[in-house]
Design a binder for this molecule. Structure first.
Ligand code: HEC
Length: 247
C-alpha cells in the first residue's frame, strides 16, 4: 500500500484532512470552549463607537424618532437590529466575515480573524459567508464615513461605479434619509472589527478615503515640522504662497 501511488495519495489526503480538522476545528474548540458566549450587551460594554454618535448628529430628526439618544441601550438596540437586517437581507450571500491566514488577506482587509471573535450573539447564525462577491466586512469599522455608507446603500454605483451591489432603498424614509433599519445596519457595519486594538487603523494607515492630493506646500511644512516649528502659523502660509509655483 505504501509503495503504490494511490496509497500515498490516500494517506496524504486523509492525513491532511485530519490535520486541518485538528488545527481548524478541534484546537480552537479546545482553547475556547470554556469562554462564555457574549451577549450584545457585553460587546457594547466596550464603549459606543463614535460612528453611532455621528449618526445621531448627522440625522438628528431621524435618529431621535427611531432611537432617541445615542446611549448604551440604544446602541445595543441598533446593533441587534442591524445584525437582523444583515441576516434578513442576505448580505452574507455576497460578503464574508472571516479573514483567512492565507493569500495575504490581512493586507487586503486587516488582521486575520480569531476564533474568539465568533463567540458572541452577533455571530448567531455564524456569518463567515461562503462567497465573496463583495469584500470581507469583518474589518469594516471606521473604514468609510457614515455619509459614504448612506450614499452606498442608496445607490452603490454612486460611490463605486463598477459595483454590482444592489441599492437598498428600503433603508430610507420618503425623504431619502436613513430610516431605522438604515441607521441600524450602518451602525452594525461600522461596528465590525471595532473591538480590535488596530481599529480603525487596520492597514497601518488611517481609514480609507480619498487621500489628500500632494500639494506643493507639503515640503516646506514638513521641513518646518522637523525643525520644531509645528505651531508656526507661517508654515501653511509659506506653502500657500508657493502653491502654483512648484509643479
Ligand atoms: C449581490 C451581492 C451583494 C449583496 C447582496 C450585498 N453586497 Fe455589499 N458589496 C457588494 C460588492 C460587489 C461590493 C464592492 C463594491 C462596492 O463597494 O459597492 C460591496 C461593498 C459593500 C460595502 C463597502 C465595503 C468597503 O469598505 O469597500 C459594504 C459596507 C457593504 N457592501 C455592505 C453590504 C450590506 C450591509 C449588505 C446587505 C444589506 C450588502 N452589502 C449586500 C456586493 C453585495
Amino acid at each position: 500500500m505504501f509503495e503504490s501511488r494511490s496509497g500515498v495519495f490516500l494517506i496524504a489526503g486523509l492525513g491532511f484532512f485530519g490535520l486541518s480538522f485538528l488545527v481548524m476545528a478541534v484546537l480552537p474548540w479546545a482553547i475556547y470552549y470554556k469562554e462564555p458566549e457574549q451577549t450584545v450587551e457585553q460587546l457594547a460594554a466596550r464603549g459606543i463607537i463614535p460612528e453611532f454618535v455621528d449618526l445621531a448628529e448627522r440625522y438628528p430628526e431621524q435618529f431621535k424618532q427611531y432611537f432617541g439618544a445615542p446611549t448604551y441601550a440604544t446602541y445595543v438596540e441598533a446593533l441587534r437590529l442591524g445584525h437582523q437586517v444583515y441576516v434578513a437581507e442576505a448580505c452574507w450571500h455576497c460578503h464574508s466575515q472571516f479573514i483567512r491566514p492565507v493569500s495575504n488577506e490581512d493586507l487586503r482587509w486587516g488582521p486575520v480573524s480569531h476564533a474568539l471573535e465568533y463567540q458572541n450573539e452577533l455571530q448567531r447564525p455564524v456569518l463567515f459567508g461562503t462567497r465573496r462577491v463583495g469584500p470581507d466586512l469583518s474589518r469594516e469599522a471606521g473604514r468609510r464615513s457614515n455619509d459614504w455608507h448612506v450614499a452606498h446603500f442608496w445607490q452603490p454605483t454612486s460611490v463605486v461605479p463598477s459595483s454590482v451591489m444592489p441599492p437598498y432603498r428600503w433603508f430610507f424614509d420618503g425623504q431619502g434619509y436613513p430610516n431605522k433599519r438604515g441607521l441600524a445596519v450602518i451602525t452594525y457595519v461600522q461596528f465590525l472589527g471595532s473591538w480590535l486594538k488596530e481599529y480603525p487603523y487596520f492597514h497601518g494607515e488611517g481609514p480609507l478615503g480619498p487621500l489628500p492630493a500632494p500639494t506643493p506646500a507639503d515640503a516646506p511644512i514638513a521641513r518646518g515640522a522637523t525643525s520644531g516649528e509645528t505651531d508656526s502659523v507661517d508654515a501653511p502660509i509659506v506653502g500657500a504662497a508657493t502653491a502654483g509655483v512648484l509643479p
